[in-house]
Write a protein that binds this ligand. Sequence first.
Ligand code: CAA
Length: 274
Amino acid sequence: MAEAQARQRGGNTDDGSASAQNGVRYEVDGEIATITLDRPEKRNAQTFATWSELARIGENLPEQVRVVVVKGEGPSFSAGIDLRTFTSEGVPGQGSFSSVAADGDTGFEQRIRQAQAGFLWLRRPEIVSIAAVQGHAIGAGFQLALACDLRIVAEDVSFCMKEPALGLVPDLTGTKPLVELVGLAKAIDICLTARTVHAEEAMRIGLAERVVAGGDLDQAVKDKAAQLLSTNRDAAVATKRLLQGAQARTLEEQSVAEGIEQAARIKALFGRSG
Ligand code: CAA
């Protein structure tokens, strides 16, 4: 099948322009899906529509996809939430924090859960998600990078958890992966000072898997995707499931879980010939 035919447009409809309206481009090429935040002139600021779009992509992800790349067009990965959300006018058609707050506690919490759905699916065992991060990754942008399994970053990257400086908490699923990656003390330092973490520190503290020159970011992500696709699909899913469960289990429980997964693998690989 020609490459063009193999690519599918995602989003509200199959019409690419609908995706572009929500500031998200999405394409599937074989086993790799690429999601691109596409409002470079606004530094890929995110809105409730961005998060609905991400959730919809997750719900409709074709079964053959094994690697999901999340990237941002232009100089910044994402400058976080669209600051118009803080104004009384809000984002046209999407309201503002004050209009959402008027929904009452339950309505507001539900809205946050809906937004989080755009991030949570990126950790599914069936896929490995890679954030390709250049320039600013602020607030919701930092959290989107944290929602992915791996982060490959450009030398000019700057992560900043700005929410506490604005009177908010990080609520787009970023706090748990941050603590797991860098530890509680460093996470407290990064969040409660809202300071910027640059490439060298990101690499040193485990936020980034690899730092490359800006011009090499796409190739570095392609290379990582190719490496990930080189292993057995079912074994990769089972192994990710094991790794994800490891922290919550004791060594004994984890050993039992390994045995269960391995028995299933061996049955699948050798069962029929026995
Ligand atoms: N929302 C809306 N528009 C934004 C934006 C944002 N978060 N960030 C940048 N833009 C717009 C600017 O207004 C500007 O638009 P115009 O050209 O129409 O004036 C355009 O993008 C380019 O911005 P700059 O000229 O500022 O670009 P820069 O490269 O000099 O600076 C930046 C980039 C450091 C990211 C700076 O734009 C900035 O500080 N942006 C705001 C970051 C921020 O505070 N985000 C909120 C994080 S908290 C969060 O995300 C909370 C949550 O989840 C609940």
